[in-house]
Design a protein around this ligand. Structure first.
Ligand SMILES: Cc1cc2nc3c(=O)[nH]c(=O)nc-3n(C[C@H](O)[C@H](O)[C@H](O)COP(=O)(O)OP(=O)(O)OC[C@H]3O[C@@H](n4cnc5c(N)ncnc54)[C@H](O)[C@@H]3O)c2cc1C
Length: 419
């Protein structure tokens, strides 16, 4: 079997490694001419680290990132609403890793080159069209100048081409990205460790909030800190369609000017960041199907979601593993793609909607509505039960609660053992 993977991001590269692991040939076709280590911070939850460990990448990732130990929510006055242990500290057998997306991408890319060979990745190949012919799929690609770059024929095609997926557009030509009118200012900056030294914090409420976490240790005890600051798109702003355009830093600092707390200076982080970037808060509505005969979608192409609850990178990795397991378990590849879809689509569509409604972070909004001027005790505002249920139901729905992750084998191992 020969599989065409469209898109050399996190989903595409990790799926290629999974297919290689189970002995299926594949080639990744990536739009850009050169794959640079792009992006700022990203999170890998234990369910994804469990799978990346089964691919032999766990140690490299742990060395390159930070083993996150805590997730904590604060109101805009800097008062603690909820905190919970994360990763191994929470009892998982695998850590949660906060890491530079560029580093994660580099580690996946190095593994592809070492295991599948340099030919396994064709850069400068932008999917222009695809066609299913009986038991084959034909993909046509253009190069960065728009000229025809060639054709590929495969038994299956996996669309891993991100939030503006051309593969998805082939099946849903009238669908559009959805922006809620807000953006994320974002950046990375060197700083002192704060709180546990391995804490991810979310501060504020629905319309004005900041997410901060360290992503790497630096010499001398400092850390690289990743931050996102969510706020309304300024009026008169140019269209913000692309990833990461350069932002008006003074405006970003101004929007968060009061956000200085004894445990973390959020305003200071923004002010000290050399390049403040901006990213529109975009997702897409859930779709009813990902698999169409010999073509399927994974990662952001299947379920682009708002960056709430740190899910997109992890779910992209899990997709590739579930897909590989389905290919082991089903002799008929069309059946396998349907089986993969059926295992994943309901939960991921639910995540898209949960994330629009703040997911795990709903307690921030409840605290804001009930106590906009702050509180003497959090128990006067939110019951322990509300806090615990919000946290546990999100993790369960996303498939990364401690019991689920610790009690199962890797998806691929599981499928290999079934009769
Ligand atoms: C440049 C960049 C920076 C990012 N930075 C961050 C970050 O800092 N933090 C974070 O949490 N998430 C970031 N993301 C998104 C994050 O990688 C995804 O949300 C998540 O990991 C799911 O991965 P994915 O592979 O589905 O999508 P992506 O990682 O977006 O990968 C999609 C890939 O498909 C390629 N592609 C697109 N269209 C075509 C086409 N027609 N033909 C061939 N290839 C195509 C893209 O160039 C890209 O390499 C970034 C994505 C990109 C592309």
């Amino acid at each position: 079997m020969q599989v065409i993977i469209v898109g050399g991001g996190i989903a595409g590269l990790s799926a290629a490694l999974s297919l290689h692991q189970i002995g299926i040939d594949c080639r990744v076709y990536e739009s850009v001419a050169r794959l640079d280590p792009l992006g700022l911070g990203i999170n890998l939850q234990p369910n994804a680290v469990r799978e990346l460990t089964a691919l032999g990448l766990g140690e490299a990732l742990a060395r390159a990132g930070i083993l996150t130990a805590e997730l904590a929510f604060y109101n805009k006055h800097g008062q603690l609403i909820w905190s919970e242990p994360r990763g191994r500290v929470a009892g998982y057998h695998w850590p949660q890793i906060s890491i530079s997306r560029g580093k994660l991408h580099e580690i996946l890319l190095a593994a592809i080159r070492a295991r599948l060979g340099r030919d396994a990745l064709a850069t400068g190949h932008h999917l222009a069209s695809l066609e299913q012919r009986r038991d084959k799929v034909v993909a046509r690609f253009t190069d960065p100048s728009g000229a025809l770059a060639g054709e590929a024929e495969g038994d299956l095609l996996i669309g891993a081409d991100g939030i503006h997926s051309a593969v998805r557009r082939h099946f849903y030509p009238d669908e559009a990205a959805v922006c809620d009118g807000y953006l994320h200012y974002r950046g990375i900056v060197e700083g002192e460790p704060y709180l546990t030294g391995r804490s991810m914090v979310v501060v504020g409420h629905r319309t004005h909030r900041a997410i901060v976490y360290p992503i790497a240790d630096l010499p001398g005890g400092k850390v690289t800190i990743n931050w996102l600051a969510y706020t309304k798109i300024p009026s008169g702003a140019p269209p913000l369609e692309a990833w990461d355009t350069l932002a008006d830093k003074a405006l970003a600092v101004e929007r968060f000017r009061a956000w200085t707390y004894p445990w973390l200076d959020v305003r200071g982080l923004i002010a000290r960041t050399e390049r403040v970037l901006q990213l529109p808060n975009v997702d897409r509505d859930p779709i009813p199907r990902w698999s169409f005969s010999r073509v399927t979608l994974i990662g952001d192409a299947a379920h682009p979601m708002q960056p709430v609850g740190a899910q997109a990178g992890s779910q992209a990795v899990v997709d590739g593993r579930v897909l590989a397991a389905a290919l082991i378990a089903n002799a008929d590849p069309v059946e396998a793609l349907l089986r993969y879809q059926d295992q994943r689509i309901a939960a991921m569509n639910e995540m898209i909607i949960r994330n629009r409604n703040l997911g795990l972070e709903t307690v921030l909004q409840l605290a804001e509505e009930r106590a906009p001027d702050g509180f003497a005790r959090i128990a006067d505002v939110l019951s322990q039960e509300e806090l615990e249920t919000t946290a546990s139901s999100f993790k369960k729905a996303a498939g990364f609660d401690v019991e689920t992750v610790n009690s199962r084998r890797s998806y691929v191992e599981l499928a290999s053992r079934s009769p």
